[in-house]
Design a protein around this ligand. Structure first.
Ligand SMILES: *[C@@H]1O[C@H](CO)[C@@H](O)[C@H](O)[C@H]1NC(C)=O
Length: 338
């Protein structure tokens, strides 16, 4: 029996190797769950499918579930194809994110894709956010609709992170670009992070600020993950330095395309024109002047003002003066260091 099993696994690995696939976007190697990830929490609520490359994590009355990358990474391209639970999903949060919160409690870094469930008939919303060096008092959230139903099919969600640039992608469309500015200082993520995928009960805030809670009548809620890509500079967990990648902005060694072509940039603008629902860059209630990294697009501003004139500063014209940026940045720094 044992011999049979070993033989079977050898055949299986040969088959897997033979059919080694790459991600649709960026063309990077897809790994099996066991190659790159470990079970983080939720006991039986994590299930690896027979292909070894597809993982289900679910939420029921007892627990959510999650998994974590075995390695820490300093920069790279990280991606998963995700299919979200369907039907009534209010209060459900599915997250695909990078963090080092368990190593750096006070000054952690984070890069988030968060999927916020909704009541029946309303679509999922997707949120991106970044924190650097414990900048948790400075939210940099953006929210978008998707233009497709993410519970109907798998779609690829990716994070590119280099020393000076972060790009979030949905399929082959960049949806958000953050270029590091000097004023951002430590707010730009700069320490090695792990990859996480989780599903959990966000009843207190996820849907209309907590108005709609998780309804366990419809449980289990299952999120499916496949096409896992962890293509980054893995670091030594003690020294926290990478042997695989050199210093600098380029991920050339890893064959990752960084930066946007003009075609990708116009796709991004088009996506944002159609789907951007919230951006901290235009929220004049929270930030009277935009933070230094914000690139203000008058069309985005106008559209958001149409949605919500109070938050997005209907009456006033945009403030884009340099000295405003600087004064905001110093305020930011002093708040961060508290
Ligand atoms: C990060 O925060 C720590 C203290 O919390 C500080 O000593 C350090 O200089 C900060 N790093 C950056 C890059 O701002």
């Amino acid at each position: 029996m044992k011999g049979y099993c070993v033989g079977f696994f050898m055949v299986l690995s040969v088959l897997v190797l033979a059919s080694a696939t790459t991600s649709k976007f960026q063309n990077l190697p897809i790994i099996s769950f066991d190659e790159g990830y470990s079970h983080l929490f939720g006991d039986n609520n994590l299930m690896i499918l027979k292909d070894g490359q597809t993982v289900h994590i679910s939420l029921n009355e007892r627990s959510g579930a999650g998994f974590i990358s075995q390695d820490l990474y300093l920069h790279g391209f990280f991606s998963a194809s995700i299919k979200l639970p369907s039907d009534y999903t209010a209060g459900i949060v599915v997250a695909f994110y990078m963090s080092n919160g368990d190593m750096f409690e006070k000054n952690h870094d984070e890069l988030d894709f968060e999927f916020l469930g909704n009541i029946r008939g309303k679509e999922w919303r997707i949120q991106t956010n970044i924190y650097g060096n414990g900048s948790t008092n400075i939210g940099r959230e953006e929210r978008y609709s998707l233009g497709f139903d993410p519970s109907e099919d798998f779609h690829q969600y990716s994070i590119l992170w280099t020393e000076n640039l972060i790009i979030f992608y949905v399929d082959d469309v960049p949806i958000r670009e953050i270029k590091r500015t000097e004023e951002m200082g430590g707010d730009f993520p700069s320490k090695p992070m792990s990859l996480y995928s989780t599903i959990w009960d966000g009843s207190t805030w996820a849907t209309n600020g907590g108005k709609y809670k998780v309804n366990y009548k419809y449980a289990p809620y299952i999120a499916e993950f496949s096409d896992l890509v962890l293509h980054g500079c893995a670091v030594d967990p003690i020294e926290l330095s990478s042997k695989k990648c050199g210093a600098g902005d380029s991920l050339d060694d890893l064959n990752v395309q960084t930066g946007l072509t003009s075609d990708q940039r116009s796709k991004m603008l088009q996506f944002r024109k159609n789907n951007l629902q919230y951006s901290y860059c235009y929220d004049r209630v929270r930030y009277t002047t935009p933070l230094s990294e914000c690139v203000i697009d008058p069309r985005e501003a106008e559209r958001l003002r149409g949605f919500d004139p109070v938050t997005f500063g209907g009456g006033r014209r945009h403030h884009g003066k340099r000295h405003h940026h600087r004064s905001k940045a110093s305020k930011t720094e002093s708040t961060t260091s508290i």
